[in-house]
Design a protein around this ligand. Structure first.
Ligand code: FES
Ligand SMILES: [Fe+2]
Length: 330
């Protein structure tokens, strides 16, 4: 987004995010020194309280100086940490002050019991955030990209029909019984006693960059929050935060295995995106087809609708008016 930030955590554990430029002469504050309360700029030693951005000290001032130091501020942005994600609220640049009490709570990994295991995977993709996102919601690449003995082969391809419905700022693949051929779902069934009856999965995409997946089976549940964050124009980063309450007793065994397969799985996507980046260098024209690419179309429409509504200060018109069934083979 072209806005460098210096982010951190105060001695009391609170998250902060400041524009990474000293209000004096612009050197990045991240070159400075942080003692848990204040950041001291590396150039002339001005000190800024990290949580408020307020200037605390200008070492060059003499004792009779009249400059009101506390009126000087490094620009700060409201920020929160949750489930290992660091969220920064960047307001529209219209100079309006942000009332932090009015901000929505940070997105959370969905959880359904008090005790659970939480783990995290991250990787960088050499593509724009848009390609990262539509790759994430693409249902048709599975049999070709994710071929493996433990997941599925290309011959498992079959016709699917899934119901989608609009939700605020996004869309949902309505609760359905997941395909029987994938290993993680087999595991979930095992945890729940064998039959797939009652096994339900729901997948949400929510602007700007979030995919929530929840698999539930009686008391057993597994959920993920996946985000795609732009690093710069041509690189994005995928973060998957997963939580579950099944086989909790076996965590020391299951966690490394789960992470191993999880990493393999997203590495398959990564390799594909690297190859795609090769092809995209010459900016070929691309296409989105129905129905398999319809979620990608919705993503672009949602994004445009949100931008339009902000520009015109009107209610956002949701591209998806009512639930629909999409059909594809994968
Ligand atoms: S540039 Fe930061 S104190 Fe001067
Ligand atoms: Fe994939």
């Amino acid at each position: 987004m072209g806005r460098p930030l210096v982010i951190g955590r105060s001695a009391s554990g609170e998250a902060f995010a400041l524009q990474d430029a000293c209000p004096h002469r612009g050197i990045p504050l991240s070159y400075g020194h942080f003692d848990g309360t204040a950041i001291e700029c590396a150039y002339h030693g001005w000190q800024f309280e990290a949580l408020s951005g307020r200037c605390l000290k200008i070492p060059s001032l003499t004792s009779d100086a009249t400059l009101k130091v506390e009126r000087i501020c490094a620009r700060g942005f409201p920020s929160r940490e949750a489930d290992g994600f660091f969220w920064v609220f960047v307001p529209d640049d219209d100079g309006r002050a942000v009332d932090t009490l009015e901000l929505p709570p940070p997105p959370r990994v969905p959880t359904f019991s008090e005790r659970f295991v939480l783990t995290h995977l991250a990787l960088e993709l050499p593509c724009t955030m848009d390609h990262g996102i539509i790759g994430l919601m693409d249902p048709a690449h599975g049999p070709f990209v994710h071929q493996s003995w433990w997941w599925r082969g290309r011959h498992s391809i079959h016709e699917k029909a899934k119901r989608f419905e609009p939700i605020p700022n996004g869309f949902r693949m309505s609760a359905h019984q997941p395909s029987a051929n994938s290993a993680p779902y087999k595991l979930m069934r095992l945890a729940g006693g064998g039959s797939a009856e009652g096994l339900r999965t729901t997948i949400d995409f929510v602007l700007p960059n979030m995919r929530f997946e929840v698999v539930r089976f009686g008391q057993a549940w597994f959920s993920t929050l996946t985000t795609v964050t732009p690093i710069d124009r041509d690189v994005c980063r995928i973060d998957v935060r997963a939580a579950w309450n099944i086989f909790r007793w076996a965590t020391p065994l299951v966690l490394p295995i789960g992470r191993f397969f999880g990493k393999k799985f997203i590495a398959q996507d990564q390799r594909t995106m690297e190859r795609q980046a090769e092809g995209l260098k010459t900016q070929p024209s691309l296409m989105l087809i129905d129905d398999a690419d319809r979620p990608a179309k919705w993503y672009f429409q949602l994004k445009q609708a949100l931008l339009d509504s902000r520009r015109d200060k009107t209610e956002m018109t949701h591209p998806l008016k009512a639930p629909v069934i999409l059909r594809w083979r994968s």
